[in-house]
Design a protein around this ligand. Structure first.
Ligand SMILES: *[C@@H]1O[C@H](CO)[C@@H](O)[C@H](O)[C@H]1NC(C)=O
Ligand SMILES: *[C@@H]1O[C@H](CO)[C@@H](O)[C@H](O)[C@H]1NC(C)=O
Ligand SMILES: *[C@@H]1O[C@H](CO)[C@@H](O)[C@H](O)[C@H]1NC(C)=O
Ligand SMILES: *[C@@H]1O[C@H](CO)[C@@H](O)[C@H](O)[C@H]1NC(C)=O
Ligand SMILES: *[C@@H]1O[C@H](CO)[C@@H](O)[C@H](O)[C@H]1NC(C)=O
Ligand SMILES: *[C@@H]1O[C@H](CO)[C@@H](O)[C@H](O)[C@H]1NC(C)=O
Ligand SMILES: *[C@@H]1O[C@H](CO)[C@@H](O)[C@H](O)[C@H]1NC(C)=O
Ligand SMILES: *[C@@H]1O[C@H](CO)[C@@H](O)[C@H](O)[C@H]1NC(C)=O
Ligand SMILES: *[C@@H]1O[C@H](CO)[C@@H](O)[C@H](O)[C@H]1NC(C)=O
Ligand SMILES: *[C@@H]1O[C@H](CO)[C@@H](O)[C@H](O)[C@H]1NC(C)=O
Ligand SMILES: *[C@@H]1O[C@H](CO)[C@@H](O)[C@H](O)[C@H]1NC(C)=O
Ligand SMILES: *[C@@H]1O[C@H](CO)[C@@H](O)[C@H](O)[C@H]1NC(C)=O
Length: 406
């Protein structure tokens, strides 16, 4: 029996370890909490259209994380980390509204700023995928329609969708003088004070140092029947941005079925490239409906980051970052060869996480662990207890077997 008992106990101990590991956040690292508050247009006296800014202040034990969702020109999400729990955003609205962007947005005291970054959504590319290759790198330039410049979009007022209770806001925009008239490009932003997971696929894991954006493209009139889309992102960072996107193995579970990878684009201090200061993380999947089913998933790919010689077209990013700060750009391409074209559902959604420090990493979910425990443990338990039961049964039989002789 010994050889059965030992592995069974080991497997159960292992599973118990994984269970505790994944449900209790092991070393308290993931338990970091922040007090989150949200405000619209901090310090603005009289309402003005077209310059919206949502500020999230996430205060930790001795630091503050500021997130800024900006709707002026190209939409952007900025992150500023300070080593003070009383740092604040200071905006010179008069200068900004007069177009004198540079220096009009500050986080004070300026000496407390440790790290800052911005992610800007600059262009939406559309191409006619006549040969169904879904590979923009191998397309002729004539397959591309003129890109939608997101800096030319008109963005809805942020005050209509802001929710100060759950720290979320949705920004939608369109351009009425193009075929984007009836469609919309939307960004749903959420900030978090503690760890958790997105409610809808891809169910990204977040912590108190991250915020999430879900981006979707709804009801755009495609300019061809075989249209596919790609989104261009530009990123500015106070630290060194990695020249490639890291693609790591991930777990296929009920949160993101059939996706085995997670992609992240990180910034590191220039003297220690293994330390991570900030990141943009995503699962390489998009969904073709608003309430996705398994078959609505479609893979996405990224191009390699390239350097851009000027700051991205976002007034607020130009207000905070100085000229000469390094900017990188990449394209995210939705769909692969053989997947339905945009015209079939007229919808695409994609989610990302933007945050400070090392990106969250998935571990086995409680459901998967339970399945593993039942799947691996039960047969062995049956052998073990079945064997033990047979022994007891045999032992019990012995005295009775001798009784008639007495
Ligand atoms: C969040 O950031 C704070 C401050 O840098 C750090 O102490 C903490 O460990 C981080 N927590 C997580 C889960 O990354
Ligand atoms: C968050 O706020 C509560 C109540 O105001 C306070 O007790 C707690 O210390 C704060 N936590 C942090 C990390 O600032
Ligand atoms: C822009 O702002 C700077 C510093 O705040 C100021 O010196 C300059 O006069 C302003 N320019 C204009 C055109 O308002
Ligand atoms: C915050 O960081 C600055 C340098 O960036 C340093 O001079 C200052 O002492 C730090 N403050 C605290 C409270 O750690
Ligand atoms: C489509 O395939 C044909 C035949 O292989 C080729 O001649 C043509 O250039 C391709 N078109 C595009 C846009 O790649
Ligand atoms: C739409 O885009 C065009 C250029 O493609 C630009 O000239 C125009 O101002 C934009 N219109 C609106 C309402 O955003
Ligand atoms: C939002 O702000 C605009 C002005 O920018 C104002 O006209 C509108 O009434 C506001 N809407 C809400 C719901 O507060
Ligand atoms: C904000 O979100 C909370 C929680 O999701 C919800 O109960 C509340 O109704 C929302 N408020 C508005 C104005 O939508
Ligand atoms: C917050 O509330 C809004 C409604 O105001 C809802 O649409 C959104 O899904 C909620 N977000 C989260 C993260 O709960
Ligand atoms: C927008 O919708 C209207 C009404 O459904 C339609 O007549 C028009 O052609 C559409 N415009 C575009 C650019 O698709
Ligand atoms: C979408 O385009 C495909 C390929 O040209 C065509 O066969 C199909 O009818 C179109 N679907 C819709 C809903 O327009
Ligand atoms: C994105 O793709 C378009 C079309 O292939 C290309 O012109 C553009 O340079 C790409 N942008 C980046 C940042 O790679």
């Amino acid at each position: 029996m010994g050889f059965v008992v030992v592995p069974t106990v080991q497997i159960y101990t292992f599973i118990l370890f994984l269970l505790i590991h994944s449900t209790s956040g092991l070393d308290g690292y993931d338990e970091y909490r922040r007090n989150v508050s949200m405000e619209l247009n901090p310090g603005l006296k009289k309402p003005s259209t077209g310059a919206g800014l949502v500020h999230v202040r996430a205060v930790g034990s001795d630091d503050t994380l500021h997130f800024l969702l900006c709707s002026h020109e190209a939409p952007a999400l900025m992150l500023v980390h300070t080593n003070s729990s009383s740092s604040a955003v200071h905006i010179d609205w008069e200068a900004f509204l007069n177009g004198n962007y540079s220096g009009s947005l500050k986080v004070v005291p300026e000496s407390s700023v440790q790290f800052s970054s911005a992610l800007v959504f600059t262009r939406l590319w559309e191409y006619d995928d006549v040969n169904d290759t879904a590979d923009p790198e191998h397309l002729t330039p004539s397959s591309f329609f003129p890109p939608y410049e997101l800096q030319d979009f008109s963005w809805d007022d942020l005050n209509t969708t802001i929710n100060l209770t759950n720290h979320s806001v949705t920004l939608c925009g369109r351009n009425s003088s193009t075929s984007f008239r009836n469609g919309s490009l939307c960004l749903a932003f959420s900030a978090f004070g503690s760890k958790g997971r997105g409610a809808v696929w891809p169910g990204l894991l977040h912590n108190a140092n991250s915020s999430q954006l879900r981006i979707w493209l709804d009801n755009v009139s495609p300019r061809s029947n075989q249209s596919r889309f790609a989104l261009e992102l530009q990123s500015v960072s106070s630290a060194a941005q990695r020249g490639h996107v890291d693609v790591l193995k991930s777990i296929d579970d009920e949160y993101t079925p059939s996706i085995f990878k997670v992609s992240q684009w990180v910034s590191s201090p220039s003297n220690a490239s293994s330390a991570v200061l900030g990141y943009t993380q995503w699962k390489p999947v998009a969904y073709r409906t608003a309430q996705p089913k398994f078959e609505d998933a479609t893979p996405c790919r990224h191009s390699n980051p390239v350097l851009v010689s000027q700051l991205p077209p976002s007034g607020w990013v130009q207000a905070f970052f100085r000229d000469g700060q390094q900017t990188s750009a990449l394209n995210i391409t939705f769909s692969i060869a053989g997947d339905p074209f945009y015209n079939v559902t007229n919808y695409l959604s994609w989610s990302i996480l933007v945050g400070l420090g090392p990106p969250p990493l998935d571990s086995f979910s409680p459901l998967v662990l339970t399945i593993m425990a039942v799947g691996l443990g039960t047969p062995l338990a049956l052998i073990l207890f079945g064997g033990a039961g047979a022994c007891i049964f045999k032992k019990g039989q012995h005295p009775q077997g001798y009784e008639p002789i007495n």
